[in-house]
Design a protein around this ligand. Structure first.
Ligand SMILES: Nc1ncnc2c1ncn2[C@@H]1O[C@H](COP(=O)(O)OP(=O)(O)OP(=O)(O)O)[C@@H](O)[C@H]1O
Length: 483
């Protein structure tokens, strides 16, 4: 062996040693299977992670991990150098390599798995989860014309909720207008989606429009669309309105109580005559949409005050369905909380958790003025505050409630809030320097979140406290992706 060959051998040995140590540090679990996919090895830590009480050796890999990469690696003979896999409610990092004999035939495969190795896997997985949630959000925007929720996805077993589900199923069978009423955060939008999915229009568009979020000056164009060259500055080719986009499907009008009177008469025409005209056009267009409207306001009272057209009210409420507030269906808290907890852990990329008995008792004893939305926010906050815990106890929620109260006080004395923030503006955000734009976004997000909490999720009150219009608040909620 010449000197050069000797150097190369030493170098290779060193590299292999280094790799071995890196794998030990980085990957916590290992698993191997033969060429038929029968498990020949699984590290004890992996067995524990998977919750196995006996050795899986001798079983087919897919019996233990149905979505494992090993069968694919065995079949192709090609490695999966680094990928993610969803196991036991969390994402893990996986590297899988084929084991080849001298003839380069596949003898089996070996995989390394990292779950929450603090140095490498955690930041990577956290980033992956963040990207996933951004992707989900962007898909949500892309698919705003499709309906996302089924009735079965709406949690709750209380009699009150069962009655609502029954009414929604009934309404799904008839092509009539439906008016969903109920306090803020009771799930009106969720039920509107479910209703659409149950109807004959399910494979047609579901288009949602939040009447309160659109300034009065723009609402007509948003609703009916704009004719080509309708006015200076308008697009040459014009643009369709939501009514046209929802053709043959469902048009969901959220916060219908905020619809200006002038538009109310035009909507009545849509309902009665099934026709409309675009802004800047006299051409009458036929339409076929089902209208589902929702409001948290007392529309009948508005009718008596002359703020809402009586004829429109009766047209819209061919089938009125009232959603009960959470405090009237406390039996649903447990199911709802568990579902929301799982969802939050997955979305935030934190360890999966369960709720202790005293945590559930505490949640059941709260009044929930902000309904399910408030419950969602409280659980989300508890998840963040107990990021690495496997349980959230009553104390965990008491901390959230206390924290909310303190921050509400801060909000009432803006100077105090300002001073507190100036002392350590990034205490909850991390230590990396942020651009001015990010800082402004974060400050806005905090102020809006707190205002909503203080107003128990009531958006009109929150907008008032923040000194902005409802429409501006809705735009911020959307751009800052606040639930
Ligand atoms: N039964 C439920 N199961 C699961 N999540 C729910 C349920 N009801 C409401 N939510 C959640 O609560 C939040 C508020 O729901 P939604 O927006 O449908 O309420 P809303 O009555 O339309 O509120 P607003 O009147 O303020 O627009 C959403 O995050 C929704 O996913």
């Amino acid at each position: 062996m010449n000197l050069k060959e000797f150097d190369t051998r030493i170098l290779r040995t060193r590299i292999l040693k280094f790799l071995q140590h890196s794998f030990d540090d980085f990957y916590e679990h290992t698993i191997a299977a033969d060429k038929k996919g029968i498990l020949t090895w699984m590290s004890e830590s992996y067995c524990q992670f998977l919750g196995l009480t006996e050795s899986p050796v001798g079983k087919h890999i897919t019996e233990i991990i149905p979505n494992s990469y090993l069968p694919q690696v065995i079949a192709s003979g090609k490695p999966v150098l680094l990928d993610v896999l969803y196991i036991r409610n969390q994402w893990v990092l996986v590297s899988a390599v084929p084991l080849l004999n001298k003839q380069k035939e596949v003898e089996g495969a070996f995989a390394f798995v990292a779950t929450d190795s603090p140095s490498t896997a955690k930041p990577l997985l956290a980033k992956y989860n963040r990207l996933q949630s951004e992707l989900r959000n962007s898909k949500h925007y892309q698919s705003e014309r499709s309906s996302r929720y089924q009735l079965s996805q709406i949690s709750g077993q209380s009699d009150a909720l069962k009655t609502v589900k029954h009414q929604i199923r009934q309404a799904g069978r008839f092509d009539i207008s439906v008016l969903l009423t109920g306090e803020t955060g009771t799930g009106k939008e969720l039920f509107a989606h479910a209703l659409h999915n149950l109807s004959d229009r399910a494979d047609k568009p579901f288009v949602s429009i939040n009447v309160a979020a659109i300034p009065d000056t723009l609402i007509e164009a948003e609703f009916f669309g704009v004719a080509p060259g309708a006015f200076t500055g308008a697009k040459k080719e014009g643009r369709p309105g939501k009514i046209e986009i929802a053709q043959d499907g469902t048009l969901f009008l959220d916060e219908i109580g905020d619809m200006p009177l002038a538009l109310q008469s035009k909507l009545l025409r849509v309902l009665q005559e099934k026709e409309f005209e675009k802004v800047g056009s006299n051409e009458v267009q036929a339409t076929n949409v089902r209208i589902v409207a929702a409001t948290s306001r007392d529309l009948l009272h508005m009718v008596s005050m002359g703020e809402f057209r009586a004829d429109l009210y009766y047209r819209l409420s061919a089938m009125p369905i009232h959603l009960p507030p959470l405090r009237e269906r406390m039996e649903d808290i447990e199911l709802l909380s568990e579902r929301i907890l799982d969802e939050c852990c997955e979305r935030l990329g934190v360890a999966t958790k369960e709720l202790t008995v005293d945590a559930l008792d505490l949640l059941k004893s709260h009044d929930w003025p902000g309904n399910v939305r408030e419950l969602y926010n409280v659980i989300e906050r508890a998840c963040i505050m107990n990021e690495n815990a496997t349980q959230i106890s009553g104390k965990g929620f008491r901390d959230v409630f206390t924290n909310n109260l303190i921050r509400h006080e801060e909000l009432r004395t803006p100077l105090a809030a300002l001073t507190a923030n100036q002392q350590n503006p990034w205490q909850n955000i991390g230590s990396e320097p942020k651009t001015l734009k990010e800082q402004v976004r974060e400050t806005e997000r905090q102020a809006i979140t707190e205002a909503l909490k203080q107003a128990s999720g009531h958006r009109t009150r929150a907008a008032k406290a923040l000194g902005i219009s409802r429409a501006a608040l809705y735009q911020k909620l959307e751009s800052l992706q606040i639930n």
